[in-house]
Design a protein around this ligand. Structure first.
Ligand code: ATP
Ligand code: MG
Length: 445
């Protein structure tokens, strides 16, 4: 007897250790082999209850076979039941929306849900947090909407807690500064979305994203320009790879004037060749794309006294012109700031409307999220407002594919920044040459 108990105890210990080891050292196979099937059973068993609790089930009248008691003796005080009788009755039942097949992936699972008549995807957006709690998962998001059907995506852990560097593919003006919540690479393609607004509270990761973009573009045949109104502390590590760096408002004004001149020149080239943008020019004549990164943009618009009014107006107008003309003529903007609202002055709203790519990091007030993301899906605004301070770099991205995503930039240390800038310093065209290069100028004639 004792021997059997010992044997069973040892077996139990071996099993527990084995399962623990399996989960610890081969989490992927453990997930697909054990955890996911268990989750499937649980989700299906509890779906009716969960849907009802989240207000997604519908009350319907259905015919049901019921078992009714037939009283034999009925007095004022008691009923004596003699027998039972089966009867068809119309009763009210709760019917959950039909759940499709749970499809596992590395981070959780996806499942399609057929909407009840009268339901819209927004009902599921609003219920997503409640479903996540009921399923005991990190989050549930609506990732695909088709007529009458939504796809829910449940993730077990926040995939953005650790983001690793993604190798760049080297495609012109395309960078991968981090990861999206769905595990895909976060791609910023300046040819698809020419200008980007990068907003968020202090220490939310704006400059880190700008650094990741510079690092991604550094090996490409692209001229990089920095307008660092934080006195140059953010972009100075990249100075060797930058063709121009302005750190004061006066320098920025001069640099923006150069850019406007260059844009007018590119316009002349395109007009001369009868094309609408530089991408239709033959390669030998096509001017090099320029990406302009502006950090702490508010500094460009703030006025200590009225004497600065003219300079501010001039700078604001130049920046707006760069944004307006840049999309066709290969000059792209990444504008970073804490709050880019109309309170900064006239022209800021117009500038913002030109920046079609939007990145909203953690914000201190809901208005900044609304200002940055516009009238996007309310769930995107909620997601922006709930980014915790412990995860700098996490943001909401909108612009590339019409939808919105939670994403996180990859962390770029100062050392990495300096290394990248030194390695690709030889690719930085000289600013004076770039804006007066004979290869470009005569082509206009
Ligand atoms: N993607 C990231 N992953 C990990 N840590 C990050 C990430 N982005 C930023 N951080 C950390 O957060 C700190 C603040 O980031 P960053 O300087 O980019 O913020 P910011 O929004 O530019 O702040 P400020 O408005 O004060 O300039 C960085 O020093 C870095 O340590
Ligand atoms: Mg910063």
């Amino acid at each position: 007897m004792n021997g059997r108990v010992v044997f069973l105890a040892v077996l139990a210990v071996v099993l527990v250790v084995g399962v623990w080891g399996w989960r610890r050292w081969h989490p992927a196979s453990f997930w697909y082999g054990v955890e996911f099937p268990a989750r499937v059973v649980l989700v299906y068993l509890t779906w009716a209850h969960v849907a009802s609790g989240c207000g997604l089930a519908r009350r319907r009248r259905r015919w049901r076979l019921t078992l009714d008691a037939v009283p034999m003796v009925e007095t004022a005080r008691s009923v004596t039941v003699a027998t039972y009788r089966r009867r068809w009755r119309r009763v009210e039942v709760e019917r959950p929306p039909r759940l499709g097949v749970l499809r596992p992936n590395r981070l959780g699972w996806r499942v399609r849900v057929r909407l009840h008549d009268g339901q819209v995807p927004g009902d599921y957006e609003r219920a997503a947090e409640r479903i996540a709690h009921a399923w005991r998962v990190h989050s549930v998001r609506i990732v695909d909407v088709r007529p009458g059907v939504v796809t829910l995506w449940a993730t077990l852990h926040d995939p953005l807690t650790e983001v690793r560097v993604t190798p760049e593919t080297g495609e012109l003006l395309r960078v991968r500064p981090g990861k999206l919540e769905n595990g895909a690479d976060w791609v910023i393609d300046f040819r698809a979305v020419p200008h980007w607004l990068n907003a968020g509270a202090t220490q939310s990761g704006k400059s880190n994203l700008a650094n990741a973009i510079i690092k991604g573009l550094a090996p490409q045949p692209v001229a990089l320009v920095g307008l660092d109104l934080k006195g140059g502390v953010e972009f100075t590590p990249y100075a060797p790879r930058l063709s121009a760096l302005a750190t004061t408002r006066t320098q920025c004004t001069a640099l923006l004037a150069d850019l406007v001149g260059e844009l007018e020149h590119r316009m002349t080239i395109c007009r001369g060749r009868g094309v609408r943008n530089i991408w239709h020019l033959p390669e030998g004549v096509r001017p090099m794309p320029i990406v302009v990164l502006v950090d702490e943009v508010a500094e460009l618009f703030l006025m200590a006294d009225r004497s600065e009014k003219d300079q501010v107006a001039k700078t604001g107008t130049a920046l707006l012109r760069v944004a307006q003309l840049g999309r066709a003529f290969g000059v792209h903007l990444v504008v970073c700031g804490q709050r880019i609202g109309s309170d900064l002055g006239p022209g800021v709203t117009a500038l913002r409307s030109q920046l079609s790519g939007r990145v909203c990091h953690r914000v201190n007030d809901p208005e900044t999220a609304t200002m940055t993301l516009g009238d996007l899906d309310p769930a995107a605004l909620d997601a922006a407002r709930t980014i915790p301070a412990q995860t700098p770099g996490v943001c909401i991205v909108a612009g590339q594919d019409g939808g919105w995503h939670r994403a996180r930039s990859v962390y770029i240390s100062e050392h990495e920044a300096e290394h990248a800038a030194r390695t690709y310093a030889h690719l930085a065209p000289d600013w004076a040459e770039l804006i007066t290069t004979p290869a470009v100028r005569p082509a206009a004639a």
